[in-house]
Each structure stands twice: as structure tokens, then as C-alpha cells.
Write a protein that binds this ligand. Sequence first.
Ligand SMILES: Cc1cc2nc3c(=O)[nH]c(=O)nc-3n(C[C@H](O)[C@H](O)[C@H](O)COP(=O)(O)O)c2cc1C
Length: 336
Amino acid sequence: MDLQSLRYPIIQAPMAGGPSTPELAAAVSGAGGLGFLAAGYRTVAELRADIAAVRARTEAPFGVNLFVPGTGPRPEETALETYAERLRPDAERYGVRLGDPVADDDGWAEKLALVAGERVPVVSFVFGLPGREVVEELRRAGALVLVTVTTPAEAVAAWEGGADALVAQGVEAGGHRGGFTDEGDLGLLALLRLVARHTPLPVVGAGGVMDHAGVAAVLAAGAVAAQLGTAFLLCPEAGTSQPYRAALASASATALTRAFTGRLARGLVNRFLAEHSAYAPAAYPQIHRLTAPLRAAARRAGDAEMINLWAGQGFALARDTPAAELVRELGTGHTR
Ligand SMILES: Cc1cc2nc3c(=O)[nH]c(=O)nc-3n(C[C@H](O)[C@H](O)[C@H](O)COP(=O)(O)O)c2cc1C
């Protein structure tokens, strides 16, 4: 599999937490783009079923995205406890207990074995660099290996680490900052040009791309394809919840926050983000675990003010369009 061989230079971003369903990935791949499943937060059994569900719908290539487990410093217990204290009134209002703020590796070894065993055509990584042995094993299993980067230094490290291609994620992007740390804050245009200066690898551009003209801009800046997340959130095949869909249609701004997960992510501004961002420690995935019961309760209640509503800066351009139609609209007529 080679990104140049896609009929359209359009990649549907993996979106952990529900939005990127097998139906969405299959519709995008079937239409000539590249659909992605997100392995993040899924069990191995769920991921296996997701892969089978894509394959039942299309023979076209697709990707799976994995979270590289953290190697960051351990957060101070007292910082976690102070933040938990702050969230307790919200938890009481919903009658739920906050989650245990423990770290885990999201099933790293088992998920790697699964994607290699299943011979998934494209495997992308976010939040870090997989080891060279991992890259080589996946390549032996026939996969194209992509690594997400947010700075030129990360791009060079990924190149040296054996990646086949890079996903350059600009600060405009919805969802978590995908670099090795969450501190990279370059805009997509500057990042694409800097990465091209520092590595010879093919680069996919992600962040704020919402329409045909946006895709043209990313290709003109040297990318081999554009990766779009927010643009697909309103597709009928996406797993985006109803309160999330309604918020996308009515919100006025996005912001970066650690309030929900302890790692910087861009989402629509709501009450939880506005009240807690200034106090959240850098502690991923501990804060993700701590807030999970709150967010689940808010989703059940349809309360968009307490859900993480990940979205990129261009969210107001998102439209409720079937995914295959959107891929054709985004991708038709581009030259690479
Ligand atoms: C709801 C949502 C969930 C996301 N989850 C993931 C993920 O699991 N893995 C990943 O590599 N990127 C994830 N991202 C980031 C995307 O890969 C991509 O960088 C981003 O969507 C591009 O910006 P855009 O949303 O403005 O198109 C997510 C983005 C969104 C909006």
C-alpha cells in the first residue's frame, strides 16, 4: 500500500472515543479515500470486531491507529488529588464517583500483535515513536507505517526510527495534540514546510482542513494527502453523539485544554472546559480515567457542557453529508 495510489488524497482521521466507526472507515475507503479505525480506548476484542466489520463492507485498504504508551514524568499525587477535589461537585451533581486516576498502556502489546496478525494495510501511531522492532515487524506483516509529528525534531526522529510516512498535525487540529509531547504548537502550513526541509518522507497534512480548497492548500504545501477529522464528524456513518452534533452546529469557538484527559486537546468551548482548564495537571492518561465516569454520565444525560467535544478550528464548515459523497467532493480534481 502506498499513499500515492489512493484514488483521492483524502484520509479520514482515526477518532477515538466513538466517532470513527467501521461504517465510516469502510465508506471512506470504499469511495477511494483511506478510512481509519481508532484503536485508542477499545479492548482488543472490540478492535478485532471493528477490523472484521470494515472488511465485511469493503475490500479497499484501510488503517488502524494506535496510542503509543506514555513515557512522561509521573504526576504528583497531590496534583491529581487537588484536581479531583475540584471536580467532586460535578460528580455529585451527576451522582457518579470519579474514576481511579491510574495509568495504563491501552493494551499496547496485544493491539500490536492483532494489527500485525490481521495484516492491516496501514498502521499509524500517535503520542510517540514506536520502537524500530515494532516498525520492522509491521512492515514484515505488509503494513505501511505512519507516525504523527508536531515539530520538525519529531519528524527527524520518526524518519530515523524507520517510519514510511509522517502525519504532520498542525495546532489547528481537533482532538489531542498528537506529538511525542503535547507542546508542539506550529500551524499546519509552517509545519509542512519545515518537515519537508528536514526529512525526505511523504507527509500527510492534518489540522483545520475542511473542504476542497483546504485540501488543495495542503497539497500545494507539499503534502501527499490531507487527513481530516472534524469534517467527518457530522457524517451519518460517524458515531458522533447527538449532543456533540448539536454543539458542532451551535458552538462559537475551540480551545486547547487538559481539563478532560490531562493531555492538551482542542475541543469546542463548553462549561467544563472553561471552568477547569486552568487547573488541570499534565497527567495523561490519569486525568482521562478520572473524568471518564463524569463524561459518560453527561453523555447519557445529553449534557454537552460536560463532554469532551473535540473539534478543529474549522468546525463551522462541517456538514451532514454521507462520507462517500464528502470524499468525492473533497478529493475530485486534485493534482499531486
Ligand atoms: C473527535 C476526534 C478524535 C480524535 N482521535 C484521534 C485518535 O484516536 N488518534 C489520532 O491519531 N488522532 C486523533 N484525532 C486527531 C486527528 O488525527 C487529526 O489530527 C485531526 O482531526 C485533524 O484536524 P481536524 O479535526 O481539524 O481535521 C482526533 C480528532 C478528533 C476531532
